[in-house]
Ligand binder design. Structure first.
Ligand code: PLP
Length: 463
């Protein structure tokens, strides 16, 4: 195992006060607390270079944005080329050819009977679109979502999430939304049987809930149930799509390719941007599309100013080129499996590590309350001060001592998310396995780990 890097963290980036003064001072305080406030000078592939020459490995990928790695030269070239064309970037009064080309390509890759695309700018906007379209198509208003889901922070998307942290005091949310346990077909069937629901929104692998991979038959059976009850199946592939889990859609690994298991709507975002130009895409069946845009008068009944802008469309096409020519899906599938095998081998012997799971290059390491008294005492003390900080302690250690950027799952503070760009090398994966093993080992053997954790938790209470 490699030795711990003990160099002091790079200086904080707080030198320009404008961000704190005019944007989000609390965010700056949190980064300072976690000793993660460094100034990045440039980023390339999986590497982030700071002002003082430190190289940090990105094992977060901006929450699955950077599938092709940071600043891929082919994508930068395509963007520059598009700007040099001086074409109609956002006329909103013409037929944007590139949108047609990108939509065709996305539908071909997705397969099934997805044959129309609405382009938007974020995952949440994609979710809002799907809510509206599902309601219009089915003439029903109520919606089902899965417990633990993360669908975005606009009010419609928030209405499809249970975690109070994200919703508290932002209400009222949409009425008529109901949660079912993820993976529970009986509960889904029971809920659907009322015939009231326009759509069931589900992530094929729940990312922020803690990288929850369903049983192999769950999604196909859920699709059958939805179809039986006239409810649309909406797959949120915002994190799992674009080859993150090894196939273009995670759905492709769950048997959603039969006549009776096809999804009605699929939402893509994040990695479609090439990490550079925000864009999202809502893929849908012709039937869903036609029920919304059903006359000349309604040809722009749902639209968005930046939808179909040429820079985003060109970036999406260039991103697909890179993902396909570099075979990044196959890499994700094989290297992700090997990564989890090595993580299990190194970590499952520690009592606080409960599970290592995932699909493709989207993995989670789940921690648990220790059973031995020696660890239980400091863990409980820590948890009583600030339960949510436990995972952050690991994130901080990986960053400060090992120069690896990670994060815990947004709706499950006990799961560390491991999601490097799909261009990550074997050597970089080895570095990660060494690093997390060293941090977990420290957690199980060193009193200083817990004293620092306690002090962090106390300070976090005041942030
Ligand atoms: N859906 C999923 C599964 C997500 O993970 C996210 C964001 O993390 C969203 C939707 C919302 O996307 P955005 O932040 O682009 O609005």
């Amino acid at each position: 195992m490699a030795t711990v890097t003990t160099a002091a963290p790079p200086p904080t980036a707080g030198s320009n006060p404008d961000y704190s003064n005019y944007v989000n001072p609390q965010w700056v305080r949190l980064l300072n607390l976690l000793q993660m406030n460094v100034r990045y000078q440039r980023c390339s592939g999986t590497e982030l270079f700071t002002d003082d020459g430190t190289v940090i490995l990105d094992f977060l990928s901006g929450y699955c944005v950077h599938n092709v790695g940071h600043n891929h030269p082919a994508i930068i070239e395509a963007i520059k080329d598009e700007l040099d064309r001086h074409g109609p970037a956002m006329l909103q009064s013409h037929v944007p050819d590139l949108a047609g080309t990108l939509a065709h390509r996305l539908c071909s890759l997705a397969g099934g009977n997805l044959e129309k695309v609405f382009f938007a700018c974020s995952g949440s906007e994609g979710v809002e679109t799907a809510i509206k379209f599902a309601r219009k198509h089915t003439r029903r208003k109520d919606l089902i979502y899965a417990d633990g889901a993360f669908h975005g922070l606009t009010c419609g998307a928030l209405s499809l999430m249970g975690d109070a942290f994200w919703k508290d005091k932002f209400g009222p949310m949409l009425s008529g939304t109901v949660a079912v346990p993820f993976g529970d077909l009986a509960a889904l069937g029971h809920t659907l049987s009322s015939g009231r629901y326009a759509a069931f929104f589900v992530e094929p692998v729940q990312s922020e809930a803690g990288i929850r991979v369903p049983e192999p038959q769950y999604l196909a059976e859920a699709a059958r149930l939805c179809h039986r009850h006239g409810t649309l199946l909406v797959l949120d592939e915002v994190q799992t799509g674009m080859f993150r889990t090894g196939t273009f859609l995670a759905a492709h690994q769950f048997g959603l390719d039969q006549k009776d298991t096809l999804p009605d709507i699929v939402i893509l975002a994040k990695a479609l941007s090439g990490g550079l130009v925000p864009v999202s895409a809502v893929l849908m069946t012709g039937d869903v599309y036609h029920s919304v845009y059903d006359s000349l008068k309604r040809s722009i009944v749902h639209t968005s100013t930046f939808s179909e802008n040429s820079l985003a469309m060109r970036t999406g096409l260039a991103t697909l080129d890179v993902l396909e020519t570099e075979h990044l899906g196959e890499r994700a599938l094989h290297m992700g499996e090997e990564l989890r095998r090595r993580l299990r081998e190194s970590l499952l012997r520690y009592e606080m590590v409960k599970d290592v799971r995932g699909l493709g290059m989207l993995s989670g390491i789940e921690f648990q309350t220790p059973s031995s008294l020696k660890l239980r005492v400091p863990f409980e003390a820590f948890r009583s001060i600030h339960a949510g900080m436990f995972g952050q302690m690991i994130v901080m250690r990986l960053f400060r001592d090992w120069r690896i950027l990670t994060q815990i799952c947004g709706n499950n503070f006990m799961v560390l998310k491991v999601a490097p760009p799909l261009v990550v090398t074997e050597e970089q994966l080895d570095r990660f396995v060494d690093a997390i093993t060293a941090v977990v080992d420290l957690m199980h053997t060193s009193a200083s780990f817990w004293s620092e954790a306690l002090s962090l938790a106390r300070r976090a209470v005041n942030v």
